[in-house]
Ligand binder design. Structure first.
Ligand SMILES: Cc1ncc(COP(=O)(O)O)c(C=O)c1O
Length: 463
């Protein structure tokens, strides 16, 4: 016999808890084949739950063949149920792991959106409708480029909000911007494997390029984005830019620099890859339209729903100049055939029926408030600090003169319960941004933002 324990603080149902423990007990041979179990009434009263809960767990185990009922004798562990031939791996001590990971950090990691605001109800309603009422084709293989419904909707949506100029045939739905960038690197790296990359830049995206063995050519970035005067003399396969809210420095690329970039791409006959990942959230002035809208033949535009909706959806898109459509189609098909059709259809309806606009408006207000709380907290705690790149997105940069955010200090800050990220971590040319950290606020509550800055202040003042 094994002891069944019930934890009412867990989100797992009581039936599931009993089911799990009995099933694991059988597989681990703590409950032997042929062993008689307590009656449902006895077990229920010994662990303090209603008999129906135990009965439900027993019925599932009977249906799955772990238990058998012998008339007038009781419920027994069925034959052939133990994993005698498999050395089961010792389970990790999950309780220990959980308590370690719960060590409450206030994590100012950039790029974490407020997932607690995901529009679950509407999404669930649309998912149900689409699942029940779509034609059968939806459940078969689709086009590599993605669901036509979503691509059609995106043509209008992106034209309206980002000034993007394209036809639906130029759009490919990808598993996030990450897959889009990986496939672009693969496609363009065949003939020329050098990529001009903003420095500093998100390591997550840069690692995609280095993983593909590309030669990275760093181009300096300042508070106004990439400096086109630093572009290489020989043509790279593409220039990777984040013009609407550079990561990490947060600059918005000026129109003069945008035009310089386009001139360079024309002259060198190379592409600009424009990552427009959090452009919907602009708090000061009107959003600057995409570079793609000015030079659609020279720009590959990459977008994502990870920031405006949820990274868990894994839906992004790539918009290509016409001449690259066929190559990209092959590469996407070989990679994963296509992105999940059902989610694409849900998203298409979500956009078409105006829910995305509503959600973005709501989130903009929420992020704006978080941003203001962070700015105020920084100003109160660090009188000499300068805040950079706060006019859009979900992160900003703090420059504190006289503080060198070297690894030992970052570690000390972390020990106080706060995680911040030094700009140097994202820099190829080291030593230019020692006094700067990036702070993301999208996924934190107002209280966490304030508490986090105060803790940071305490550590830095001791230093
Ligand atoms: C610069 C940049 N672009 C795009 C993304 C989004 O990637 P994905 O769409 O794969 O979630 C991220 C993720 O944090 C990012 O930092």
């Amino acid at each position: 016999m094994i002891f069944i324990t019930i934890d009412r603080s867990q989100s797992i149902s009581l039936t599931q808890q009993i089911y799990d423990q009995l099933r694991n007990g059988i597989l681990d041979k703590q409950l032997k084949e042929g062993e008689k179990l307590l009656s449902s009434r006895e077990l229920a009263s010994s662990i303090g739950v209603s008999r129906n809960i135990v009965l439900e767990a027993y019925e599932r185990l009977i249906a799955e063949g772990y238990l058998e009922v012998r008339p007038k004798a009781g419920t027994f562990v069925a034959e052939g149920t133990s994993l005698s031939f498999i050395e089961r791996k010792k389970k990790k001590d999950l309780s220990k792991k959980n308590s370690e990971s719960i060590k409450a950090f206030i994590d100012f990691k950039a790029g974490n959106p407020a997932i607690d605001y995901f529009p679950r109800k509407k999404w669930a309603q649309l998912s149900k409708e689409i699942c029940l009422h779509s034609s059968e084709e939806v459940f078969g293989y689709g086009e590599a480029s993605g669901a036509a419904e979503l691509r059609d909707v995106l043509v209008d949506y992106l034209k309206r909000v980002r000034g993007v100029q394209c036809r639906a045939e130029q759009i490919f739905i990808t598993s996030g911007a990450t897959q889009g960038l990986k496939l672009i690197t693969e496609m363009l790296g065949k003939d020329n494997n050098s990529i001009a990359v903003e420095d500093p830049v998100t390591d997550e995206m840069r690692n995609i390029f280095t993983f593909s063995k590309a030669e990275i050519i760093p181009v300096p970035v300042d508070e106004n984005g990439i400096d086109p005067n630093g572009l290489p003399q020989t043509a790279p396969s593409f220039i990777f830019v984040i013009p609407s809210h550079q990561f990490p420095l947060g600059g918005i690329l000026s129109i003069q620099r945008r035009l310089q970039l386009i001139e360079y791409a024309q002259k060198m006959n190379c592409y600009i890859v424009e990552d427009d990942y959090d452009s919907e959230f602009t708090y000061e002035g009107a959003p600057v339209p995409s570079i793609q809208g000015i030079a659609p033949n020279h720009v590959i535009y990459v977008g994502t729903f990870s920031k405006i909706l949820s990274p868990g959806l894994r839906i992004g898109y790539v918009i290509l100049p016409e001449e690259l459509v066929d190559s990209f189609e092959k590469i996407k098909w070989f990679s994963d055939r296509h992105t999940s059709s059902l989610e694409q259809l849900v998203l298409a309806r979500f956009i078409k029926e105006g829910y995305l606009d509503r959600h973005v408006r709501k989130m903009k207000k929420i992020y704006k408030e978080k941003r203001e709380r962070l700015v105020t907290a920084i100003q109160q705690n660090f009188q000499h600090a300068t805040i950079i790149g706060k006019s859009a997105g979900m992160h900003l940069v703090v420059d504190i003169p006289g503080i060198d955010f070297q690894p030992a200090l970052i570690h000390k800050i972390q020990e106080s319960g706060v995680k911040v990220y030094p700009i140097e971590q994202y820099s190829l040319e080291k030593g230019k941004h020692k006094e700067r950290i990036v702070m993301g606020y999208g996924g934190l509550s107002l209280e966490e933002i304030e508490a986090g800055v105060q803790l940071l202040g305490k550590t830095l003042n001791q230093n």
